[in-house]
Design a protein around this ligand. Structure first.
Ligand code: SF4
Ligand code: SF4
Length: 372
């Protein structure tokens, strides 16, 4: 296969970007509400909010809606960069052929002209997934639509201090991911400690600076200790995770795929909630007047029966076992071959969502142990 595990490891180390080079700041919890209010004057603001017993990323108009104490969200924030449904072009035939695309928007998106948005409170695993898309959707499958949205997004990350159920981010080495974030928050008693990671982050701070104060040396030391001590509180549930691509080489014909296939319903939920999955289907829609229409892309799933169905009726993966196997090989073998990064950030959403109780930690542990 030609993949060196160390190569994968090195890429993950790059993802675990350094802390702020400018002086860290403090935002008191009581100032979150005025902070969000001020941001809504110039940006569309998204963040985690409660939805019954779970959490979702949604638009926020008031700081009181924001739930930075969330564990995980049903869908990852990728929906703001790759929406579930997206119009790619719109066309009309009369009075003459006219084709428009959102990519033709000529006005540059600045902090001040209402064309940018900010997502507040993204956890490290989801930051790593955004970084993963930054790579694969520029280097392997360049996606101008995603790039267009990505350039407009400002990211405020949030360090996790307690593990959430079903996740294995310590094993995927995404627990400390900060790359992609413009600001990074760490909860510290009655405040948030703020690392400023980019120029855009600094612009946000400049705009709201009356709400921030400089962090003291003691506060910096406390955060350092918190981030170091969490290495002990987060379990390494899949040791030698980076060796999965190597270990998959031996099991392509193994019976485990048939066993998993017998349990899987082929519903596709695991891929729809996954922060690293990015497949879509393209459809043309023509209005009833036959004069105008649009080309639209929708999220798709390799677990659905018609995903690999081609003209002429041939289906490259007609059975559920073949589709389950494809999903795992794509994430843990093909993607590391393409960009030297494994396509799983350990968020655990697939396990939480699966109606057949297929558990990603168990599945990967089986592979690690040579399961066939
Ligand atoms: S495969 Fe599962 S655990 Fe891994 S990133 Fe996707 S949803 Fe999260
Ligand atoms: S969510 Fe579970 S049942 Fe549905 S396709 Fe994924 S593995 Fe199969």
């Amino acid at each position: 296969m030609g993949l060196l595990p160390e190569k994968v490891l090195n890429e993950w180390v790059i993802i675990m970007a350094p802390r702020s080079t400018t002086s860290p700041l403090i935002l008191k919890k009581g100032d979150i509400t005025p902070f969000i209010k001020k941001l809504t004057h110039i940006l569309t603001v998204y963040g985690p909010v409660a939805k019954k017993t779970q959490f979702v990323f949604d638009e926020i108009s008031e700081g009181s809606q924001l739930r930075l104490d969330y564990d995980t969200t049903i869908l990852p924030p990728k929906k703001y960069f790759i929406p579930p449904q997206e119009e790619m072009v719109r066309f009309s035939l009369s009075p003459q052929l006219n084709i428009t695309s959102p990519l033709e928007e000529s006005e540059e998106a600045t902090l001040w002209n209402g064309k940018r948005f900010v997502i507040v409170g993204i956890h490290s695993c989801d930051l790593a997934a955004i970084k993963f898309h930054d790579k694969i959707l520029t280097q392997v499958y360049p996606d101008p639509y995603r790039t267009h949205r990505r350039e407009r997004g400002i990211i405020i990350g949030l360090n996790c201090l307690t593990p959430c159920e079903e996740s294995f981010c310590k094993s995927t080495m995404t627990l400390s991911s900060t790359e992609g974030a413009d600001l990074m928050l760490t909860e510290l008693h009655d405040s948030y400690y703020v690392d400023v990671l980019t120029e855009t982050g600094q612009l946000v701070i400049d705009y709201t600076k009356s709400l921030f104060s400089s962090a003291s040396k003691e506060q910096s030391k406390s955060v350092e200790q918190l981030l170091t001590s969490r290495e002990d509180t987060f379990p390494d549930l899949i040791p030698e995770f980076e060796k999965l691509p190597e270990r998959l080489q031996v099991g392509y014909e193994g019976e485990m795929w048939a066993r998993l296939g017998n349990r899987c319903f082929g519903c596709g939920a695991c891929t729809l909630v996954c922060p690293t999955c990015f497949c879509f289907d393209v459809k043309d829609r023509v209005e009833l007047d036959l004069n105008q229409g649009s080309r639209v892309r929708n999220w798709d799933s390799c677990q659905l029966v018609d995903f690999a169905l081609v003209a002429g009726g041939h289906n490259f993966r007609p059975t559920i076992p073949s589709r389950v196997r494809f999903r795992i090989y794509h994430k843990f073998w093909i993607e590391p071959e393409q960009i030297q990064v494994i396509g799983c950030v350990g968020c655990g959403r697939c396990t939480r969502t699966c109606p057949a109780d297929i558990d990603m930690i168990e599945l990967l542990t089986d592979i690690q142990e040579g399961g066939t």
